[in-house]
Design a binder for this molecule. Structure first.
Ligand SMILES: CC(C)(C)[C@H](NC(=O)Nc1cc(F)cc(F)c1)C(=O)N(CC(=O)NO)CC1CCCC1
Ligand SMILES: [Zn+2]
Length: 179
């Protein structure tokens, strides 16, 4: 299982590089990488396991953050009573709203052990396409926090950190309506 020791931090150059597409059929290694990421998110959201293994509770994780520079990420977040949980390979944001949003409290990152203040502009709605772990094409229409998480994870695949998007001159600029 993955613990915080396996999470690549921002001082490591590989986190700032572009990841490569996954090839199909999926290798056992790629499937294991996805399984480990989904397992981390699930474990980190279980109070007992998070406490026992000192896991920071995460709602998204990208492969470069566990040292695999391939284009794949996992998301797991409770949205009201329904759970959004998926792993996606070779994701593409194929369309998005003009309308923007941002987390009012700013963003953090499992790979960043410090507070970086400021609003991170995100699209309010996105359409995300990619391949799921059975090798089938998927297309997800997401808005709000779900859309924000996917944009944050997608950025990791291009070596972009959330703080790269904060306007240094005006860090608390408003982008559309806050979440
Ligand atoms: C870094 C950490 C603070 C643990 C962050 N969690 C998070 O933002 N939780 C959250 C936010 C809400 F707005 C409402 C709510 F219910 C829970 C997170 O998992 N990530 C994942 C990550 O680092 N992926 O690489 C960072 C988030 C920043 C924006 C979306 C994901
Ligand atoms: Zn992150």
């Amino acid at each position: 299982m993955i613990t915080m020791n396996e999470i690549v931090r921002e001082d490591v150059p590989s986190l700032h590089e572009r990841s490569v597409d996954v090839t199909f059929p999926l290798s056992e290694e790629d499937k294991e990488t996805m399984r480990l990421m989904m397992e981390y998110l699930s474990n980190s959201q279980d109070d007992e396991l998070a406490e026992k293994y000192d896991l920071r509770s995460g709602i998204g994780l990208a492969a470069p953050q566990i040292g695999v520079n391939k284009r794949m990420f996992a998301v797991r977040l409770q949205d009201g009573e329904d759970l959004l949980e998926f792993g996606i390979y070779n994701p593409k944001i194929i369309s998005h709203s003009v309308e923007q949003t941002y987390l009012a409290g700013g963003e953090g990152c499992l790979s960043v052990d410090r507070e970086v203040e400021g609003h991170v502009p995100r699209y309010m709605r996105i359409t995300l396409s990619g391949i799921d772990h059975n090798g089938n094409p998927i297309k997800l229409r997401l808005k709000g926090l779900k859309a924000v998480v996917c944009q944050h994870e997608y950025d990791h695949l291009d070596g972009v950190m959330f703080y790269d998007r904060i306007d240094a001159k005006e860090p608390f600029k408003d982008y559309g309506s806050p979440l």
